[in-house]
Design a binder for this molecule. Structure first.
Ligand code: SF4
Length: 177
């Protein structure tokens, strides 16, 4: 099995990608790097829920730093943008850059992200950022569009079966409204 770093934003969104990657002969290593999540109490809830689920199913879990300043440094300029705008592109870029670096540090050749599960996000926009990062870092991005084939529906079903916490907003301060 080929190891792959799976950047994951929360437990419900990670559930189906873990199943699919495993079926496709990858060994996912979950990496939680989401300094966009606000407030910190919400960050902790999402992190703990995912860590607990990974432990339950026997998948390796790692947490990145909560670099909230790095997020606000660029995001505040775009605070009034709607979702799918520039703020979101930069947010994907921040999270996926660190994911590719983490893969490199651990000699893992591939990375991907759970972000494409959500029907509220544009997979094309995520792939654009991921492919730029892949070219510059030399870590191969595997472009799974996890929302395809009912991916979102399946992920919510697994979340319900496991009584997972499911958030009501994307993550950053500006998405709470
Ligand atoms: S809405 Fe979501 S993807 Fe966009 S900047 Fe906020 S947390 Fe990031």
């Amino acid at each position: 099995m080929k190891k792959i770093i799976l950047h994951a934003c929360c437990a419900p969104c990670a559930s189906y990608p873990i199943e699919l990657l495993t079926k496709d002969n990858y060994k996912p290593v979950v990496f939680f790097y989401n300094p966009n999540i606000f407030p910190f109490s919400e960050y902790k809830i999402r992190k703990n829920e995912l860590e607990k689920y990974c432990k339950k199913i026997g998948v390796d879990f790692y947490e990145g730093n909560y670099d909230i300043k790095k997020f606000f440094d660029f995001a505040k300029e775009y605070k009034n943008e709607p979702e799918k705008g520039t703020r979101c592109s930069l947010c994907f870029n921040l999270r996926l850059w660190r994911t590719a670096e983490f893969a490199k540090e651990n000699n893992i050749e591939y990375f991907t992200t759970t972000l494409t599960v959500s029907p509220h996000k544009s997979s094309k926009q995520i792939f654009e950022q991921a492919n730029i990062i892949s070219l510059s870092s030399g870590v191969q991005f595997v472009n799974y569009d996890f929302k395809k084939h009912d991916g979102f529906k399946i992920s919510r079903q697994i979340a319900r079966e496991n009584n997972m916490y499911t958030q009501k907003y994307c993550g950053c301060l500006y998405s709470i409204r």
